[in-house]
Design a protein around this ligand. Structure first.
Ligand SMILES: Cc1cc2nc3c(=O)[nH]c(=O)nc-3n(C[C@H](O)[C@H](O)[C@H](O)COP(=O)(O)OP(=O)(O)OC[C@H]3O[C@@H](n4cnc5c(N)ncnc54)[C@H](O)[C@@H]3O)c2cc1C
Ligand SMILES: *[C@@H]1O[C@H](CO)[C@@H](O)[C@H](O)[C@H]1NC(C)=O
Ligand SMILES: *[C@@H]1O[C@H](CO)[C@@H](O)[C@H](O)[C@H]1NC(C)=O
Ligand SMILES: *[C@@H]1O[C@H](CO)[C@@H](O)[C@H](O)[C@H]1NC(C)=O
Ligand SMILES: *[C@@H]1O[C@H](CO)[C@@H](O)[C@H](O)[C@H]1NC(C)=O
Ligand SMILES: *[C@@H]1O[C@H](CO)[C@@H](O)[C@H](O)[C@H]1NC(C)=O
Ligand SMILES: *[C@@H]1O[C@H](CO)[C@@H](O)[C@H](O)[C@H]1NC(C)=O
Length: 600
């Protein structure tokens, strides 16, 4: 993204100044403690589940997290909103995964960040908050065979999750969203853009000029199609994550919630049989590859919330997966469940830029110009305002469908969940925003980010070895399906039409040199193969399916063919939602907590 900034010391906080729940970093300290629920992964979904389960004071809850604390002298990268894009890859907050060579991207190995920190990927993501389309939830419900996941049934959980707060700059947000659609009492803080830019009015003018890009008052209504003001998980001048919104407050409020972090779960342990099925209520964990293994047995349930990579990895390490594959890495298969780690879906992304006639972009900050960064930092430290206090990714987000008569749809079929669910996304950066190209050392730019939000490629997570501390093999098969590449070409062409509107006259001056060849479809394909990457949204590696012979979990998210284990995270979605995933994950985790409470 952009060069690592030298960060001055800002937040010097301890994990939680006063807690009722106990916090451990040494697994040996938990010996003999009895828990009703053990939640694996204090990430986006895991903290929602743990915090909600702990509301029942009669149940004792433990959450175990492999990664580090979300606070400390070096936490600026994950608290100051503008730094979201440099919180990963290759920082102490990142697992540092890498994909296999991606054939459609000239065999590049792509960095694949995941949060290695309390809050999981909600602590390192770009904070975009999109609920996605009602159709996405309705398809989830129908494939999983549980109407509770449908849009109408789950919407109350969206309100339960969210607290919409004013934008950081205090500007009047009238006409920028529909307040009736947003929660005002939930834990997770969301807000509209906190720093307005010169391109905002031109984006809006384009929606009036070109009918194919209409304005949509609020993309969180269940119909995200069109151009909307972007919502972010930011409150005041700080990132809101599942750690700050759920975990920390729950540890302060509930003595029946314990946290063990800096400790990796290495596998689940079979603890017996019940009704002809193996029970897996044992959890084995260890601080690192060389330190001793410990274990605990949950009384009621183990909830896997280790994310779309960690969850299938743990299941396979436990002997739950494709029997032949497990054998091949020396693991004794205990439960044959062939779709564990399969069906991996992700969103491919490609940025495209133009030079602009302006000296008022965020380019100096993106290239870490010392004078610009120090001025912005001084302002942030003085009164928590300015560019650093707000999301730098975009102020608008837009979602579109291919035309109904598009030959892509007749040739490949329509991968979307329904008519309100988009095929592609455009986002607008007030500077040279990229996750793949070298940043030019001078000049002013605008970027449009293209994302294929309903891809047809499916990849996989497989074990590299039986060692839980070895990274699994991650193959998202980015743009592997011909449809995905063709849809990306259509997205780039749409982005060029958008930037060609008269609204940009006198502002956009020329295409950036990297995209000079994008004047033909083949030129766009070549560009995408060179600069395409992932937006880092892995999904569906332990998919829900009502058919007992398909998927990994049932409609209540219980792992099939075993007892005692449920999955609550990105893994369970039968299809990747067509937008940014954290909101759907927060929302399904809120409902999952109620499903678990009802089961016990
Ligand atoms: C760089 C980046 C930018 C993104 N930007 C956005 C965005 O702007 N908007 C958006 O909506 N989404 C965004 N996403 C995606 C979104 O953040 C994730 O899809 C979502 O947070 C995943 O939630 P989860 O609960 O499934 O997993 P996670 O939040 O990743 O939680 C899994 C947790 O389990 C822990 N864990 C894993 N294995 C083990 C183990 N063996 N033992 C113990 N703990 C374990 C992990 O350390 C982690 O804390 C982004 C993601 C990344 C990486
Ligand atoms: C990821 O890489 C960074 C930079 O090398 C390192 O500091 C960090 O510890 C690594 N993360 C893990 C989980 O090993
Ligand atoms: C592993 O954990 C032990 C504590 O259990 C610690 O003493 C040791 O330094 C750790 N090793 C590494 C490589 O971090
Ligand atoms: C769990 O740990 C105990 C020691 O605390 C050990 O005796 C036991 O064998 C372990 N159980 C399993 C199934 O590994
Ligand atoms: C914050 O500080 C900056 C100077 O660093 C100043 O320009 C700005 O007006 C201040 N904003 C508020 C809201 O006080
Ligand atoms: C699709 O329909 C539009 C009119 O709605 C028309 O202009 C266009 O040529 C059609 N495209 C194809 C591929 O048929
Ligand atoms: C650049 O913008 C200024 C106004 O800010 C305008 O006068 C000038 O014509 C523009 N230049 C180009 C090349 O569009």
């Amino acid at each position: 993204m952009f060069p690592a900034c030298s960060l001055s010391l800002f937040v010097l906080a301890t994990l939680a100044s006063s807690t009722l729940g106990a916090i451990f970093q040494d697994p040996s300290e938990l010996k003999g403690t009895q828990y009703d629920y053990i939640v694996v992964g204090a990430g986006t979904a895991g903290n929602v589940v743990a915090a909600r389960l702990a509301e029942d004071s009669k149940k004792k809850v433990l959450v175990i997290e492999a990664g580090r604390s979300n606070t400390g002298f070096d936490s600026d990268l994950i608290t100051i909103p503008f730094f979201g894009p440099i919180a990963s890859p290759a920082t102490t907050f990142d697992w540092n995964y890498t994909t296999t060579p991606q054939a459609a991207l000239n065999n590049q190995l792509i960095a694949y960040p995941r949060g290695y920190v309390l809050g999981g990927s909600s602590s390192i993501n770009y904070m975009v908050y999109t609920r996605c389309a009602s159709d996405d939830y309705d398809r989830f419900a129908s494939v999983a065979g549980d109407d509770g996941w449908s849009w109408n049934k789950i919407l109350p959980y969206a309100f339960k999750n969210e607290k919409h707060v004013p934008p950081n700059d205090g500007h009047d947000e009238t006409g920028e969203y529909d307040p009736t659609l947003h929660g005002t009492k939930g834990p997770l803080l969301t807000s509209l853009p906190g720093f307005l830019t010169d391109i905002d009015n031109r984006v809006l003018a384009t929606t009036k000029e070109l009918p194919e890009f209409p304005f949509n008052l609020d993309y969180n209504s269940g119909n995200p199609l069109g151009v909307s003001w972007m919502h972010s998980t930011i409150g005041g001048a700080l990132r809101s994550s599942s750690a700050t919104a759920y975990l920390t407050p729950a540890l302060s409020a509930h003595s029946n919630l314990d946290l063990l972090y800096n400790t990796q779960v290495t596998k689940l342990i079979k603890t017996g049989d019940s009704g002809g099925l193996p029970v897996f209520l044992g959890v084995e964990f260890s601080r690192n590859a060389t330190s001793p293994r410990h274990n605990l047995t949950a009384k009621a349930e183990v909830i896997l919330s280790a994310g779309a990579i960690g969850t299938p990895q743990i299941l396979m390490l436990s002997g739950i997966g494709d029997a032949a594959e497990l054998h091949s890495v020396g693991i004794t298969p205990l439960v044959d469940l062939p779709e564990v780690g399969k069906n991996l879906q992700d969103h491919p992304l490609v940025p495209i830029q133009w030079t602009v006639n302006s000296t008022n972009t965020m380019d100096p900050l993106l290239r870490n110009d010392p004078a610009a960064m120090s001025a912005a930092r001084q302002q942030y430290d003085a009164n928590q305002s300015g560019r650093l206090a707000a999301n730098g990714v975009s102020n608008h987000m837009s979602f579109f469908r291919l035309p109904a008569n598009s030959s892509l749809l007749s040739k490949y079929g329509d991968p979307t969940a329904g008519p309100k669910s988009p095929h592609f996304e455009l986002a607008f950066g007030n500077g040279f925003f990229t996750t793949s190209q070298p940043i030019p050392s001078s000049g002013s730019y605008i970027s449009i980010i293209n994302v294929v939000v309903a891809p047809q490629s499916r990849g996989s997570i497989t074990l590299a070895s039986s060692n839980p501390f070895d990274h699994p093999i991650i193959d998202p098969k980015l743009l592997d399906h011909d449809y995905d590449m063709a849809a990306m070409v259509e997205s780039v062409k749409a982005a060029k039409r958008f930037a060609g509107a008269h609204a940009w006259d006198g502002y956009i001056t020329a295409p950036y040199t990297d995209s000079a060849g994008t004047t033909t479809d083949q030129g766009i394909v070549d560009y995408v193969r060179k600069w395409g990457t992932t937006i880092k949204h892995p999904f569906s590696t332990a998919a829900a399916n009502k058919d007992p012979s398909k998927g990994v979990v049932d409609g209540k998210l219980l792992v099939k063919n075993v007892k005692g284990v449920r999955v609550v995270d990105a893994s369970v979605f039968p299809f990747i939602p067509a937008g940014h995933p954290q909101a759907p994950i927060f929302i399904i985790a809120e409902r999952a907590a109620d499903v678990i409470k009802a089961a016990h």
